[in-house]
Design a protein around this ligand. Structure first.
Ligand code: NAD
Length: 487
């Protein structure tokens, strides 16, 4: 299948290059994606600007009707979309269903836009003078998304952007373009006018064109920290609003009073779920006190028993990583960790042997005695690798967390309310989990990364998304009763 652009209501190939789309579990080519040069971006922005004049005037109560229909279509095609996610991204079908459900929840939340984009006002701020605050859409806005949640992450942005009256362009990851095509095929069936939601595939060249186009008012980005930081700076230099979510290195702290069985299961799901390719995956565990050895051996058993294989099969716990390039990168990092003194405690062998040796599979791996300041402890691995660190106290654990450059998530496992309260107060990260391994905010809360995990101030999802996609207009008006005819 060829992944085409949807520009001004027409599906078409760009005038640029093509890239193969590959199933990372089988290495089979699923199709090709068109890579768009600046000319295609220009056409999409112009179509968006034309559509915006009408769309912003359509009452918000009518605009959200398209989202109600979209939600219905997503439900009807749920299994088919989940299969597409698994085929192009590699995660298991259960994980694909989970991400699609979280995406749909954002569509549902954005259906509340009539209430969410309300302003506020005061009567009589001076005699005969009233003041009002209105929220108005920005115009044409764009989102650039990563490979690891092909369905969910575009839906962190799209529903809020269009329901609040903007025209939206998605540039999905070129590694997983097929899910985005299916989302936009369904969206096109909702009665949305041409140009309101457009799909432009591509790579860096396409992103550069979006950043440089004066008609794009705002950029939402999710991806690695280096790219997030660069895009934030470039968007700001062009006078655009930007919200750029970056990478992560998420620590979990386990106190001696934690329920070890439950903790091990939750941490294993967080570290090895989606083959560790979640920005909220646990990548470092810091054990405090007496249970260190018991936890280390329990998590090693959990890693070793994970069944690795093609995510479309029902008895599989973990799929491949996204590409052979990513697999090689992970293997290089493991080597660097071993050179710094880390010891491989478990190297899962649950993979079903494949006759042809195809697929970008990495075994779930636990590395013990990782150097706190070393490469493994600092670098985002984005694969099924868990590093174990030890701390003498919760103070030392919090210090280790706060000395890291990322701030996406930190979790604590304990049965002490006082420890939990302190942890959530003192950790310099944006998402906290207490006895939870993937502290993913619901759609009506912001996805709150901090430090190198986020550049900007208004995050994705919920009220932050509404604020990001609208600008406030304040009106001060005077109406003296003497100016009107007396009734
Ligand atoms: P990536 O940064 O390689 O790519 C993300 C997007 O940016 C893609 O659409 C890609 O085409 C584009 N891109 C890549 N390089 C570019 C460049 N030099 N200039 C302009 N655009 C460029 O990220 P990825 O590998 O697709 O995704 C994995 C990363 O995303 C991880 O670091 C992960 O932690 C992060 N992530 C973060 C969150 C979050 O909420 N903070 C969520 C999911 C993923």
């Amino acid at each position: 299948m060829d992944a085409l652009n949807l520009i001004n209501g027409q599906w078409r190939a760009s005038s640029g290059r093509w890239l193969a789309v590959t199933n990372p579990a089988t290495d089979e080519q699923l199709g090709r994606v068109t890579l768009s040069p600046a000319a295609d971006v220009d056409q999409a922005v112009l179509a968006g600007q034309r559509a915006f004049e009408e769309w912003r005037r359509i009452p918000v109560t009518e605009r959200v009707q398209c989202l109600f229909r979209f939600k219905q279509l997503l439900e009807e095609h749920f299994e088919e979309i989940a299969r597409t996610v698994t085929q192009e991204c590699g995660k298991t079908l259960v994980e694909s269903r989970g991400e699609l459900r979280r995406g749909i929840e954002n569509v549902e939340t954005a259906c509340g836009m009539p209430l969410m984009m309300q302003g506020y006002n005061n009567e009589d701020i001076a005699r005969g003078v009233d003041e009002h605050l209105f929220r108005q859409p920005l115009g044409v806005v764009a989102a650039i998304t990563p490979f690891n949640f092909p369905a969910m992450i575009p839906l962190w942005f799209l529903p809020y952007a269009i329901a609040s009256g903007n025209c939206f362009i998605l540039k999905p990851s070129e590694q997983v373009p097929l899910t985005a095509v299916r989302l936009f095929e369904l969206l096109a069936q909702t009665g949305l006018p041409a140009g309101v939601a457009q799909l432009v595939h591509g790579d860096k060249q396409t992103v550069d064109a979006l950043l440089e186009h004066p008609g794009v008012q705002a950029i939402s980005f999710v991806g690695s920290s280096t790219v997030a930081k660069s895009i934030y700076g470039r968007a700001a230099a062009q006078g655009k609003r930007a919200q750029c979510q970056g990478g992560a290195k998420n620590p979990v702290v386990i106190l001696p009073d934690a329920d070890l069985e439950m903790t091990t299961k939750i941490v294993a799901d967080s570290a090895f779920g989606c083959a560790g390719q979640r920005c909220l995956a646990t990548s470092v565990v810091i054990t405090v006190g007496s249970e260190q050895e018991r936890f280390a051996s329990a998590i090693c058993d959990a890693a070793a028993s994970r069944r690795v294989g093609n995510g479309l099969e029902s008895d599989i716990d973990m799929g491949p990583v996204i590409s052979s390039e990513s697999k090689r990168r992970i293997e290089r990092l493991l080597e660097a960790g071993r050179n710094e003194g880390a010891v491989a405690r478990a190297h899962g062998n649950g993979r079903k042997p494949s006759a042809d040796g195809c697929g970008s599979f990495v075994a779930p791996t636990v590395l013990d005695h990782v150097a706190p300041g070393g490469t493994l402890a600092r670098t985002e691995i984005f694969g099924p690798v868990l590093s174990l660190l030890r701390a003498a106290s919760i103070d030392e654990a919090i210090h280790l967390i706060n000395s890291g450059v990322h701030g996406n998530m930190a979790c604590l496992f304990t049965s002490s309310g006082a420890a939990a309260r302190r942890f959530r107060n003192e950790c310099v990260v944006g998402n906290i989990g207490i006895n939870v391994g993937v502290a993913a905010p619901m759609s009506f809360y912001p996805f709150s990364g901090w430090k190198e995990s986020f550049f900007g101030d208004l995050h994705a999802q919920g009220r932050h998304a509404v604020e990001f996609y609208t600008q406030t207009k304040v009106v001060v008006e005077r109406w003296h009763s003497t100016w009107s005819r007396k009734f």
